[in-house]
Design a protein around this ligand. Structure first.
Ligand code: SF4
Length: 68
């Protein structure tokens, strides 16, 4: 498990946005994730592309999950 920091997908509101699986929720709560977890990015610009990301990925569209 890798410790996540702001800007990384695992702490982003769009990470697995339409996926309520416990694994995705746990990553947000714990602030830790591994590179072998893959989820769809729900950012409006990425969603049509069906972009798949890991908790340690990131982009400029980062939106903190805690304030979403
Ligand atoms: S790719 Fe960007 S918008 Fe999508 S989950 Fe990661 S940080 Fe958030």
């Amino acid at each position: 498990m890798l410790k996540l920091t702001d800007g990384q997908c695992g702490l982003c509101a769009h990470f697995g946005e339409h996926d309520d699986s416990p694994q995705i929720v746990q990553i947000r709560i714990n602030g830790q994730g591994s590179a072998d977890v893959v989820a769809e990015c729900g950012h409006p610009k990425n969603e049509p592309l069906q972009l798949k990301v890991t908790p340690i990925s990131g982009c400029e569209g980062f939106t903190p999950a805690r304030s979403a």
